[in-house]
Design a protein around this ligand. Structure first.
Ligand code: ATP
Length: 300
């Protein structure tokens, strides 16, 4: 839920005139962008209660196909207060803690869906109650079904996936996430040190690593090939959800088996288009071709 306020007053009542309630979250941002680009997709995850039903109704409104696993508890609500000329104060619920039955039910549901898809993107932190290796388990099941996985998470769950035998096919850390993962500050503007960071043993077996660098574009590694993607200067309205939008573009291009340069061009374009719109995880697909042509990808 997003509450725009001219000024946020503390310890008193704030009245909001214009409330935006959307089906949010990183995975649904990815889904929305893919859907806006006119590509077929199925959104899944774990939902419950009135908020869960509300999310499904909003996805129906946006004609985003979905098939969720349901739990008895209420899905979480997240509040973003946009105030005082560009400040964003967020109140994020922790969300339900899942039981082992919830986890097993979801995995069964997910395995069924794996027979219908050719690629999976996984985004965000794990719900409470799941072990950090839950994404690693999901990747293993995907690979058993011959399905590639793009993983956009951070911290312990990313580390567990990279340390497991079933590696994600692509990860998309930003500068902060790759620094956290390697336990050292990686400077996104220093190409040589970034290239060296991408050779760290923890990335062995991961086909694609795309380090997104905000307005500076991205630096990526695919197998033994290294690339730098640069993007034009654009008028940014809201960059929130750009990483998710980039993942959507990367997924679409990889699924369509595009060459490396175009994979990165597509991801950069959907990321940029998101920054040009106020809603999170939203793009104007009519601008795609124009901005795609302005992304420069070079081997480094
Ligand atoms: P978030 O967590 O907000 O979703 P992120 O940190 O994962 O984002 P970023 O690296 O900030 O991801 O952005 C992803 C891509 O979106 C960039 O590689 C770029 O293509 C585009 N982008 C982001 N910020 C800007 C910007 N200020 N100007 C132009 N393009 C941008």
């Amino acid at each position: 839920m997003s509450y725009p306020l001219k000024h946020l007053a503390i310890d008193t009542v704030n009245r909001v005139k214009e409330v935006h309630k959307t089906a949010g979250g990183k995975g649904l941002n990815v889904s929305r962008v893919i859907s806006l680009m006119g590509r077929d997709l199925l959104a899944t995850g774990i939902l419950g209660g009135h908020f869960g039903a509300y999310i499904e109704a909003r996805l129906d409104d946006d004609q985003i196909k979905h098939d969720f696993s349901h739990i008895d508890q209420e899905s979480r609500n997240s509040i973003a207060i946009l105030h005082d000329g560009g400040n964003q104060t967020e109140i994020l619920e922790a969300g339900p803690t899942l039981t082992s039955t919830d986890a097993t039910n979801f995995l069964k549901h997910y395995q069924k869906l794996l027979t219908q898809v050719s690629l999976v993107t996984m985004s965000g932190s794990l719900p409470g109650g799941l072990e950090p290796d839950f994404y690693a388990k999901m990747i293993q099941l995907a690979h058993q079904a011959g399905v590639a996985v793009l993983l956009d998470t951070s911290g312990a769950s990313l580390k567990a996936a990279l340390e497991s035998d079933a590696k994600p096919n692509l990860i998309k850390p930003n500068e902060a996430e790759i620094s956290q993962l390697l336990g050292q500050q990686v400077d996104g503007h220093d190409l040589a040190s970034l290239k060296q960071a991408l050779q760290a043993p923890i990335f062995t077996g991961v086909d694609w690593i795309v380090v997104s660098l905000g307005a500076a574009g991205a630096v990526a590694k695919h197998g033994d090939h290294y690339y730098q993607a640069t993007i034009p200067k654009i008028k940014v309205v809201s960059p929130v959800g750009s990483g998710d939008s980039t993942l959507a573009g990367l997924a679409m291009a990889l699924e369509a088996k595009k060459p490396d340069q175009q994979v990165l061009q597509t991801g950069m374009t959907t990321g940029m288009l998101n920054t040009m719109e106020a809603p999170t995880g939203f793009i104007n697909p009519n601008l795609f071709d124009q901005y795609f042509a302005k992304v420069n990808v070079q081997a480094i």
